[in-house]
Design a binder for this molecule. Structure first.
Ligand SMILES: [Zn+2]
Length: 237
């Protein structure tokens, strides 16, 4: 079984694969992916902060409403006190204590509101920071993307050329043999290995006598018992 054509084809096939791999790992591409992830993260952060702001504003409104209501109750109580002077000491004390209690509660709400306003400001600040960071990265991302698009277009043209060349070489190969090659390629790269004495040049395992015999008869494709690569004996050797 002469495998020179398949071996020859493999060189072109591997070159195209290597080139494609290089494209996938291009520094600009990896950087773009990283920036895209960062932008998505900022979008999520922004959403979280927006939710916090919405919740906070609801709470602030509720507490403010309650404080306003108590303010009204207190004002009414004070007015009543002015209009109907209590007669007994006990009554005076009761009214004063009720007013005091209301004032205490109101004070507590005021503190609560002040705290919430401060938190709101913090959220606003966070929002501004996220927006700034995202805008900066977006500008870099857009610029890099422009560069990468040119780079990609050139690389894509080269890859097409390499693929066409290997395809051209592949035309000489028997389809069944090619199918086997493709299958082996799924788990072993490169899918063929030169014989290295009595060892597989791919995984360096020494081959059993039966495998060597099969190779010597040259009647079929022989695969390494260990790694599964197609074993190749160059014609000159
Ligand atoms: Zn092997």
């Amino acid at each position: 079984m002469r495998l020179d054509a398949l071996w020859n084809y493999m060189q072109y096939d591997m070159e195209a694969d290597r080139f494609e791999n290089g494209m996938r790992n291009s520094p600009n591409r990896l950087k773009l992916l990283k920036q895209r992830d960062f932008l998505l993260e900022q979008q999520n952060n922004m959403k979280k902060v927006e939710n916090n702001i919405a919740t906070m504003s609801d709470r602030l409104e509720a507490v403010q409403d309650e404080a306003d209501r108590l303010q009204g109750v207190l004002a009414k109580l004070q007015q009543e006190l002015q209009e109907h002077q209590p007669e007994t000491m006990e009554e005076i004390q009761k009214q004063l204590s009720a007013a005091q209690k209301l004032e205490n509660t109101l004070q507590h709400y005021e503190q609560e509101l002040a705290k919430m306003r401060k938190e709101s400001e913090q959220f606003d600040r966070m929002q501004r920071e996220i927006r700034m960071k995202a805008a900066r990265t977006k500008a870099e991302y857009d610029e890099l993307k422009r560069q990468y698009e040119t780079e990609f277009k050139d690389a894509q043209a080269k890859l097409t050329e390499l693929k066409q060349r290997s395809e051209e070489e592949g035309k000489a190969i028997d389809p069944a043999m090619m199918a086997r090659y493709r299958q082996i390629k799924q788990h072993a790269m490169p899918p063929m290995a030169k014989l290295n004495g009595d060892r597989c040049g791919g995984c360096n395992m020494s081959l059993p006598a039966a495998t060597r015999d099969k190779l010597n008869t040259g009647e079929e494709i022989v695969e390494c018992d260990n790694c599964g690569r197609i074993l190749f004996m160059p014609s000159a050797e």
